[in-house]
Design a binder for this molecule. Structure first.
Ligand SMILES: *Cc1c(COP(=O)(O)O)cnc(C)c1O
Length: 388
């Protein structure tokens, strides 16, 4: 019997080790891992530079309190600030903590300028910002909030793509609009660049803040370091997590100078957030992924994957409805429930994961090799033949 709580619907398989794009069971059976811990292992399993970094740092220093200076954190924060819109960074340990901290920053900013009534956050209905109490009510999903009342106040929602409703829901109490630049769990739905620009315009006009949740779509996943970069929009606050640790738990809130000024000493904190071990790993991940040539490669290889998947869709037009997403955040939307299809892919040694709206999420490591993409395509083709 298992003593783990039953809050996951787990596949009956486990793995002993991983290397790059592959996972191995105890019996040595090899699986092509296009889940990668849900966009977490951005450089695949057991990347030699990360292994080396962890080994070295583990002999020096794991953890010190944020009561002291942490030079390793200074270094990563500087790298993030130099490379992105951000002026300041606040480290956490996970995505939900990062989105919660983003909400706190937005509220605290309006408090600090004498407008504490501006405290409501406007979000997309059935989006995903994590599983803490505030985050589930921010996500506005009935399923995630069921049984966890009383409702956490302060969140309003509009339907994805419903611009009229979005404008109507902004009141004098709105502090910020918070959206995922590309909805992950919600079905790999890209917010088009022109929409992001409009969002920013609305925020400017209404003097409210723009929070772009890049926990899943950020850190090179889209082919750009941040998914919003292509639109040229500058958000005020960006929570990140998943990909930045390459498998080590790291979260962070990136913010501009204006809002960061509200986060005075004692206003927020984290015991584990920003510890030397996490910061060293994060720095190495950042150095690799932020390189122009690395991101160019993500763009090139992911375009190939999208093009080929679209060819598969053309071959099976009654089975595959749409190829969604950008970069290596890919959604294969079926006309039918995707559960059997995912299980069949797994039988053929390809691991993928579901998202809403009958979507199969495909999340290779960002440094995936082209012949591993071809291997995945072959398996997808084969399974399509079974279900066409
Ligand atoms: C995964 C995710 C989160 C939550 O991250 P956790 O580390 O599971 O808390 C928040 N926002 C988005 C967009 C995510 O994909």
């Amino acid at each position: 019997m298992s003593y783990l709580a039953k809050n996951y619907n787990r596949k009956k398989i486990s793995f002993k080790r991983g290397k790059g794009s592959y996972l191995y069971t105890a019996n040595g059976i090899r699986y092509l891992d296009f889940v990668q811990g849900i966009a977490v292992n951005s450089l695949g399993h057991a990347h030699p530079k990360l292994v080396k970094t962890i080994n070295q740092q583990s002999k020096k220093l794991w953890h010190v309190s944020n009561a002291f200076l942490i030079p390793e954190g200074e270094i990563l924060a500087k790298k993030l600030a130099k490379k992105t819109f951000a002026d300041y960074v606040m480290f956490q340990n996970s995505g939900a903590e990062a989105t919660e901290a983003a909400i706190k920053v937005a509220r605290r900013y309006f408090y600090s300028i004498g407008k504490p009534h501006k405290n409501r956050i406007l979000c997309v209905k059935n989006s995903f910002h994590g599983r803490t109490l505030a985050a589930i009510y921010a996500s506005g999903s009935k399923k995630m909030t069921e049984g966890f009342g009383p409702r956490i106040a302060g969140f309003d929602h509009f339907k994805f793509g419903d611009h009229k409703s979005l404008k109507k829901k902004i009141t004098k109490n709105t502090a910020a609009i918070m959206v995922e630049t590309i909805l992950g769990e919600g079905g790999i739905k890209v917010i088009p660049d022109w929409c992001l620009k409009e969002l920013k315009k609305i925020c400017n006009k209404k003097k409210i803040l723009l929070i772009l949740d890049e926990v899943q779509c950020g850190i090179g996943r889209s082919g750009d370091f941040f998914a919003f970069e292509k639109s040229k929009v500058k958000p005020d606050i960006v929570p990140i997590a998943k990909g930045i640790g390459g498998g080590f738990p790291i979260g962070a809130v990136l913010m501009n100078k204006k809002v960061a000024s509200a986060m005075t000493a004692g206003s927020h904190g984290s015991t584990f957030g920003g510890n030397p071990m996490a910061m060293r790993v994060g720095s190495v991940v950042f150095d690799i992924i932020s390189k122009k040539s690395f991101l160019e490669n993500v763009k090139k290889n992911s375009k190939y994957f999208h093009d080929q998947l679209n060819k598969v869709r053309e071959k099976f037009p009654k089975l595959i409805k749409q190829v969604r997403g950008r970069g290596f955040l890919i959604g294969l939307q079926l006309y039918r429930d995707q559960t059997d299809f995912i299980n069949e892919l797994m039988k053929n040694k390809l691991l993928t994961i579901r998202a809403a709206e009958n979507v199969i999420r495909i999340l290779p490591p960002l440094n995936v090799k082209k012949n591993d993409i071809d291997k995945a395509l072959k398996i997808i083709n084969k399974v399509c033949l079974k279900y066409k």
